[in-house]
Design a protein. Structure first.
Length: 303
């Protein structure tokens, strides 16, 4: 099986795995301080997670055929309506040991690998978590020729986890792009990519956390991707879709909408001194600006 479907028209099948306590804990801490969840974890939890933006993103990848969330559900009863409405399969994970760790990450990884092995029609795996526990899972999913996407919270997501995925989306960016929806509990006010205080609980990993890439980060990825493709093709004439795919390989968390652009073309128009759109043939082609189209680009193109 190829890693990606041959066309968007080809049916893709998506499996979603929610490390639900991780996502909820990160958002609780972001809203109320770095010990908010730890100090209140044995109480009935208020609602901080809006499921709809994440589900809409997963649905944009293909048909959702598996939708499982892992957690200790006795404390998350306030999510019952939203979870049932979304058709989520709830996996109960009772905490083990004095640190109250529920081992959801291990169970999730085992289930995901089992599903990849047993369901050859499964093409995309979406893992919702901010920590690095799923790096090995990402590697195995890629080895099986499937696409893996991650969803985490900007400022809390482990940078090694984000780059392990084929694509990584930040919750704040998905929330901002989605139509406003009512979320119970106190409102969460986080700008996409904003720095936040690292959490202290073991469910939320704070080491090497990253936020959304800056416009400069995206520009550098664009420059590297365009240079590589021009060198590979031997001419200054590159497929626009291939360029975007390459940028996402270099920077999996790249999202033009999070950078204030409605689409990829608008993103490219931010850098008229670097890249120009040449034509609209077969999805469009681009080239280095100020260089003859169809000729190889210089070794040191202008940034």
């Amino acid at each position: 099986m190829s890693q990606f479907p041959s066309s968007r028209a080809e049916a893709t099948k998506v499996a979603i795995y929610w490390d639900f306590e991780n996502l909820h804990a990160v958002l609780a801490n972001a809203a109320h301080g770095d010990s908010a969840y730890r100090d209140n974890r044995l109480k009935l939890q208020p609602v901080f997670v809006d499921l709809k933006p994440i589900l809409e993103y997963a649905a944009s990848l293909g048909d959702i055929i598996i939708n499982r969330a892992y957690g200790n559900w006795q404390f998350f009863a306030n999510y019952r309506h939203a979870l049932n409405e979304a058709g989520v399969d709830l996996i109960q994970m009772f905490p083990r040991g004095s640190n109250m760790k529920n081992s959801a990450d291990i169970r999730m990884a085992l289930d995901a690998l089992s599903d990849v092995h047993n369901h050859p029609h499964l093409t995309h795996v979406v893992v919702i978590s901010s920590d690095s526990d799923f790096i090995s899972l990402a590697q195995k999913v890629k080895q099986a020729g499937r696409f893996i996407a991650g969803v985490g919270v900007a400022g809390y997501s482990n940078r090694f986890w984000t780059v392990s995925c084929n694509e990584f989306k930040f919750y704040q960016n998905l929330l901002a792009a989605s139509a406003p929806s009512a979320v119970e509990g106190e409102p969460l006010e986080l700008e996409a990519g904003a720095g936040v205080v690292p959490p202290a609980v073991d469910e939320v990993e704070s080491v090497e956390a990253v936020g959304s890439p800056s416009l400069e980060d995206a520009k550098q990825a664009l420059l590297r991707a365009l240079k590589q493709l021009v060198d590979r093709n031997g001419e200054n004439y590159v497929s626009r879709s291939a360029l975007k795919v390459f940028i996402k390989r270099l920077l999996p968390s790249f999202d033009e909408r999070a950078l204030g652009c409605d689409n990829f073309s608008e993103f490219l128009h931010r850098f008229p001194d670097l890249v120009v759109e040449v034509d609209a043939i077969s999805g469009g082609h681009v080239a280095f600006a100020n260089q003859p189209v169809g000729q190889a680009a210089p070794e040191e193109p202008a940034p």
